[in-house]
Each structure stands twice: as structure tokens, then as C-alpha cells.
Design a protein around this ligand. Structure first.
Ligand code: FES
Ligand code: FES
Length: 156
């Protein structure tokens, strides 16, 4: 069994040899999983696997059995509002074409879950596997720091 955004799936043996990224996009229509390089270099296909950022194009469906997958579709509240990290990307102007954004947001979320107040260099280090072809890295780092302040406010 694989859990994807809270839903449970039992992929049959034929499906298990497919790339996880293809299964998520084509069968589950979770098209926020973007395919850039398809060889584990660009990070656009990043998903959370048990809370850790992973390149889904480098995993097979069978690698995900027994694990919990979260895609960008799974992080925002059901009321249609944005997750604080998504909102921070919007507010900081960290989205240009947007192709890298789902992967960036999920990579940043994985970081913030274990490091509530990362430095700029820690953010850059955590997102080094995510390439932005529009090269808006400054605003992306700004967005992650701003989201951290909102998600994990420091008591006064
Ligand atoms: S599409 Fe998976 S890392 Fe580029
Ligand atoms: S915003 Fe265009 S690839 Fe990052």
C-alpha cells in the first residue's frame, strides 16, 4: 500500500515497475509533480516521502510501497487557501514561470519540518538539488525565511 496525500493505493504488479513521477502525474493526475530532466538532476519532480524530499523520477512505484507520499496538491488546506510556504513564495515574488516552484516548496517544507529557523546558507544547502531555470534564487530564499517566521514564530 502507498499513501498519497492521505489516500491509500494498492498498485498492482505491472504498475510497480513504473516511475513514481509518471504514476503520480499520469494515473493520479497530480500534475504539480513536474518533470524537467527526468534523470534526478533538476528537482522539479520533488515529493515528500515520509517527510523527506525525494526526486520522484528516480523512484519506482514499488519503492514507495509502505511509505507516505505528499505532493504539492497535498499541502494546502481543503478550504482552498494556500499553505504558508506557498503564500510566502507569492508574497516574495519567488515565482516566475513556476515550473520549479512545487519542488522548491516541498524541499523547503522538508527543511522547515526539521529546522524551524534555517539560515540563508542552510536553505541554499537544502535546496541545492532544486534548479530554477528562471534563476530567482534570492526571492526563493527570502520566501523560505519569511514562511519560517510565520510558521514557527519566535516567542517575544
Ligand atoms: S525531473 Fe526528477 S530531478 Fe528532474
Ligand atoms: S520560477 Fe521558473 S524555473 Fe523557477
Amino acid at each position: 500500500m502507498i499513501t498519497v496525500n492521505g489516500h491509500r493505493y494498492e498498485p498492482d504488479s505491472a504498475l510497480q515497475e513504473r516511475k513514481l513521477s509518471d504514476w503520480l502525474r499520469e494515473d493520479l493526475v497530480l500534475t504539480g509533480v513536474k518533470i524537467g530532466c527526468d534523470i534526478g538532476v533538476c528537482g522539479s519532480c520533488t515529493v515528500l516521502v515520509d517527510g523527506k524530499a525525494r526526486h520522484s523520477c528516480k523512484m519506482l512505484v514499488k519503492d514507495a510501497i509502505g511509505h507516505e507520499i505528499i505532493t504539492i496538491e497535498g499541502i494546502s488546506p481543503k478550504d482552498g487557501t494556500l499553505h504558508p510556504l506557498q503564500q510566502a513564495f507569492v508574497d516574495a515574488g519567488a515565482i516566475q514561470c513556476g515550473f520549479c516552484t512545487p519542488g522548491m516548496v516541498l524541499g523547503a517544507l522538508a527543511l522547515l519540518m526539521v529546522n524551524h529557523h534555517p539560515s540563508r546558507s542552510e536553505i541554499r544547502q537544502a535546496l541545492k538539488g532544486n534548479i530554477c531555470r528562471c534563476t530567482g534564487y534570492q526571492q526563493i530564499v527570502d520566501a523560505v525565511q519569511n514562511a519560517a517566521r510565520i510558521m514557527y514564530p519566535v516567542p517575544k
